[in-house]
Ligand binder design. Structure first.
Ligand code: NAD
Length: 343
């Protein structure tokens, strides 16, 4: 019988890139995608999964303990790859409660259902469940902010500054505790900013494109010089697959693209691509629409990732260059049916 792997949050940005990639790569698994379809989930992004015989979708809340328990029992879940989260920092400032519920309580509900379904007692697996793995997707934002130099490694102390990153940090620590307390097989990956198709319109790249196409001011927080490391979403998906299958139990792996960019540079790159692909009627550059707006409170200045552990242990490397990945991304957002960028 096929082993059933539960993927949470598969209708979101990264999840909806991951699910079709993973289900097609691993016909030996049954893939169950559990997603609540919040404002951030988009079932239309999963249409390509309709042709996959080993794929099914379940709508539900990861923080609903009886529901999650029943799902583990009824579908005999034997692996978890956990993407579901409230993920937008601005929303966590205006409404942090949902972040605590989904990111902390939801992660706990999944972890504990896995423990009860897979294990008889601490450090004792139910026969046949040995090696069932729980992989948790996290962010580099848990490490806080860097100065002008340095990189986040897996040893960097956690110092989250927003309710979003604090809730993710808490969930990472819960995952860690299930390894040390119960001997459960867990892994965590902490990734930098992803870009690519299917991202929600609220995030930086879709916002820049949407505003540029509508001839509206393109909002840039503060002085635009906050630095993030950027990784093409499919490279992240490949890293998750590598850690899920080959990472060491109890370990965390940083994932990054070696592509540090300021927000201003990202917006400028997108504007230049749009100048070539969709010139303005007036003939002037899109970059003249860039407009600085008041900074986000607690806005971390710089994130940068050292992904050498993942590279050395599992041989993972980003395959997409920033230039080619960003060109693919902008072309996708200009594709048919995406005019309003309600994606
Ligand atoms: P997203 O907001 O696009 O998608 C989140 C998905 O989770 C949505 O489909 C939503 O419907 C679902 N969801 C939310 N609450 C739920 C609940 N209670 N029960 C079930 N499903 C629920 O997020 P994303 O950008 O795809 O991020 C996915 C994961 O990767 C998150 O854990 C995030 O912290 C992490 N991450 C994201 C980035 C990035 O750049 N986007 C970088 C590093 C890590």
């Amino acid at each position: 019988m096929k082993r059933t792997v539960l993927i949470t949050g598969g209708a979101g940005f990264i999840g909806s890139n991951f699910v079709p990639f993973f289900a097609a790569l691993h016909p030996e698994y049954e893939v169950v995608n559990l997603d609540l379809l919040t404002y951030a989930g988009n079932a239309a992004h999963l249409r390509e999964c309709d042709v996959l015989p080993n794929y099914s979708f379940v709508q539900g809340d990861i923080a609903d303990v009886p529901f999650v328990d029943a799902l583990f029992r009824d579908r005999d879940i034997r692996g978890v790859i956990h993407f579901a989260a409230e993920s937008h920092v601005d929303n966590s400032i205006s409404g942090p409660a949902a972040f605590v519920r989904t990111n902390l309580t939801g992660t706990f509900a999944l972890l504990d259902a896995a423990r009860r379904h897979w294990m008889e007692a601490p450090n004792r697996w139910k026969p046949g469940y040995e090696g069932c793995r729980f992989h948790h997707i996290s962010t580099d934002e848990v490490y806080g902010s860097l100065g002008e130099t340095g990189l986040f490694t897996e040893e960097t102390p956690y110092a989250p500054n927003s309710p979003y990153s604090a809730s993710k940090a808490g969930s990472d620590l819960l995952v860690r505790s299930y390894f040390h307390t119960y001997g459960m097989d867990v892994t965590t990956s902490n990734c930098s900013n992803n870009y690519g198709p299917k991202q929600h319109r609220e995030k930086l790249i879709p916002t820049v494109i949407r505003h540029a196409l509508a001839e509206r001011p393109i909002p840039i927080y503060g002085d635009g010089l906050n630095v993030r490391d950027w990784l093409y979403v499919l490279d992240h998906c490949k890293a998750v697959d590598a850690v899920y299958h080959r990472g060491r139990a109890g370990e965390t792996y940083n994932v990054g693209g070696n592509a540090e960019m300021t927000n201003l540079a990202i917006a400028g790159t997108i504007c230049s691509l749009l100048d070539a692909l969709r010139p303005r009627a007036c003939g002037r550059p899109h970059a003249e629409l860039l407009a600085f707006v008041e900074d986000r409170p607690g806005h971390d200045r710089r994130y940068a990732i050292d992904a050498s552990k993942l590279q050395a242990e599992l041989g993972w490397q980003p395959e997409e260059s920033f230039a080619s990945g960003m060109a693919k991304t902008v072309e996708w957002y200009l594709g048919p049916g995406r005019e309003g960028l309600g994606v």
